[in-house]
Write a protein that binds this ligand. Sequence first.
Ligand SMILES: CC(C)(COP(=O)(O)OP(=O)(O)OC[C@H]1O[C@@H](n2cnc3c(N)ncnc32)[C@H](O)[C@@H]1OP(=O)(O)O)[C@@H](O)C(=O)NCCC(=O)NCCS
Length: 173
Amino acid sequence: MLDLNEIPTLETPRLRLRRPRERDTDGVAGLFADARYMRFLGDGKTADRAASWRAIAGALGHWVLRDYGFFSIEDKATGLFIGWSGLLHPEGWPGIEIAWGIAPSFWGQGLATEAARSVRDYAFESLRLKRLVSIIHPENTASIRVALKIGERFERSIEFQQKRLQLYAVVAA
Ligand SMILES: CC(C)(COP(=O)(O)OP(=O)(O)OC[C@H]1O[C@@H](n2cnc3c(N)ncnc32)[C@H](O)[C@@H]1OP(=O)(O)O)[C@@H](O)C(=O)NCCC(=O)NCCS
């Protein structure tokens, strides 16, 4: 069982990906309260602050149970929480998912791609994983662009959580 102190920190030119902490609750609550952010996630509805605390608790529990999980993304210049990215494999998932989410005020600067590339490299080079997937709503064009830019390719349509979604995948070189 992983000790939370073993969660690494990944650095990119603009970002620090670090272990989720309770102090991220405000930042995550900001994402969950924003309809633009939530549009293609889960049931598409916004969620309250209590749900954001539970999401952080769930993210840490995921690290403990699977030895990998989600990172909180900080803007290196300001230390601000600006989103999440990481690896996700709850029971019932169709593979180890690489996922990303950035606060809308930071969209369009290549930040999700920068974060996701470092998570992909960590998964393949440090964890020696062989294959990653992303489950993406067909209208989530920005997310599909990120998937393609980190080397994923469309694999198949899947029925997932009562929705028709698309599975993208990338394998280790
Ligand atoms: C998906 C998401 C993480 C992208 O974040 P980002 O930091 O803006 O992403 P990047 O800047 O790295 O790349 C976005 C790409 O999508 C493109 N894009 C953005 N909005 C778009 C739109 N409405 N239509 C078409 N393309 C779009 C950008 O041009 C860019 O592609 P390019 O480099 O080829 O020009 C962000 O939109 C988000 O957090 N959405 C809500 C959460 C979510 O849906 N997560 C994914 C779940 S599968």
